[in-house]
Design a protein around this ligand. Structure first.
Ligand SMILES: NC(=O)c1ccc[n+]([C@@H]2O[C@H](COP(=O)([O-])OP(=O)(O)OC[C@H]3O[C@@H](n4cnc5c(N)ncnc54)[C@H](OP(=O)(O)O)[C@@H]3O)[C@@H](O)[C@H]2O)c1
Length: 404
């Protein structure tokens, strides 16, 4: 098998470093074309000197001089600024890893799909806010999207077995959906699954980013604590798999051993199990349609002992209910939800608003915030920008009260 050439967007983050750990585990399988990061120029320099990409991209211009010095004489090309970094996703490679956090990842996702690349997608926010546009561009340009999110990757794996009987389908599509009744995404319930609701106002950012099962970046960890993450994943699944919201069930499963299930109309249910190591779903995308041989921790079922499942309690997780509502409303409402949530999570992590204020703010913005259309990328971006401004004003008011 020939080596696969990778470009990694968000190489310094949790998804990016897990991908590079797999490159370390199977160096004969992969070479690196591009590494792109936001501001962590010292780690980017370290990665560049180790993996020898043809080009690196740094979004923040502030670290540029130091990165130039570190890479002097290496022959590695260097670009900076959002636009030039995003454009690197057009360079033909075997797989583009979309591991940037937040809607900041949309530019590189769009560049990759417009160039007809195979995209391993972790950046769910781009599908939440601009799902119609991203999926349409993927179809028009023959791009393939392989889901990296563990639950979607699980559905993809379950679906793949079924798809082997439908070789005409290149990726999960709504074609042939009549054989599938629905899917189920599991959720850990996050660090506050059993905490008294009366204690929620005192939750600190340090507590919220300490996930009981997964090791992830700060934003997604807070999203997991509020369960906005699962709501974003429901919207992501609707776009990826062409499903109506009613066909996407979510269950709290604290052991997080089953990541996703597909319910077929003949009564069969196929699920995917694994440990909570993102390297497993990433490895499936990197070597798809085969499997990468590496050395993961095995799933120990005897130690696990039991599997529990619960329905989601909307009063504990109002953000999850808001995301489902946004999907039902459709149009730009998911983009409004996402932008408001990004502003709220940033404010919470900066200790400016309380944990319960995250859902209150998102709700407020969804009720009173900007409206618009999701027909074009420009329109979605205009709504995104207006929502961030509106949400920012609410944060100022809430922050004043919170500081009192
Ligand atoms: N972590 C997980 O286990 C996991 C699981 C499923 C899905 N996801 C999804 O994957 C995405 C990444 O999550 P993460 O946990 O890996 O986040 P993370 O650890 O915070 O890493 C984010 C990465 O994006 C880079 N970045 C941020 N803004 C950028 C910009 N404007 N331009 C270029 N690079 C930028 C960061 O660079 P610097 O650090 O250099 O600033 C960093 O490399 C999110 O959408 C998340 O929902 C993550």
């Amino acid at each position: 098998m020939s080596q696969r050439r990778l470009s990694i967007f968000g190489s310094t983050g949790s998804i990016g470093t897990s991908t590079l750990a797999l490159v370390d585990a199977a160096p004969e399988r992969f070479t690196i074309e591009c590494l792109v990061a936001g501001g962590n120029y010292s780690l980017l320099a370290e990665q560049a000197l180790k993996y020898r990409p043809r080009v690196v991209g740094l979004r923040d211009e502030t670290g540029l001089a130091a990165l130039q010095t570190a890479l002097a004489g290496s022959g590695i090309e260097l670009v900076s600024g959002q636009r030039d970094c995003d454009a690197l996703a057009r360079i033909p490679v075997d797989i583009v890893i979309a591991g940037i956090t937040g809607l900041a990842g949309l530019g590189s996702v769009m560049a990759a799909v417009e160039a007809g690349q195979t995209l391993a997608l972790a950046n769910k926010e781009s599908l939440v806010s601009a799902g119609r546009i991203v999926m349409q561009a993927a179809r028009e340009n023959g791009a393939r999207i392989l889901p990296l999110d563990s639950e979607h990757n699980a559905i993809f794996q379950c679906w793949a077995g079924w798809q082997s009987h439908h070789p005409e389908l290149r990726m999960p599509t709504s074609d042939g959906l009549q054989e599938i009744s629905h899917i189920c995404l599991t959720a850990s319930g996050g660090p506050f699954r059993t905490m008294a609701l009366t204690d929620f106002p005192a939750i600190t950012p340090a507590q919220a980013v300490k996930h009981p099962n997964w090791s992830m970046g700060q934003k997604i960890s807070v999203d997991s604590a509020t369960m906005m993450n699962k709501g974003l994943e429901v919207i992501e699944a609707a776009w990826l798999f062409g499903l109506e919201s009613d066909a996407i069930e979510v269950l709290v499963h604290p052991q997080v051993a089953i990541h996703g299930l597909v319910y077929f109309r003949d009564g069969s249910v196929i699920g995917q199990m694994g440990t909570t190591d993102m390297k497993t779903p990433i490895s499936y995308a990197l070597e798809w349609p085969n499997r990468l041989i590496w050395d993961p921790e095995p799933l120990d079922l005897v130690t696990l002992g039991r599997l529990d499942f619960y329905a989601v309690d909307d009063s504990r997780y109002p953000c999850f209910a808001l995301a489902k509502q946004a999907l039902k409303v459709g149009g730009v409402m998911p983009a409004v939800l996402n932008a408001a949530n990004e502003v709220a999570v940033t404010a919470f992590l900066a200790d400016r608003i309380s944990f319960p204020a995250i859902s209150a703010l998102v709700n407020d913005v969804m009720q009173r915030g900007p409206v618009g259309s999701d027909a074009s990328l420009d329109e979605v971006m205009a709504v995104d920008e207006a929502t961030r401004m509106f949400a920012g004003e609410i944060v100022e008011n809430l922050a004043e009260k919170y500081a009192e």
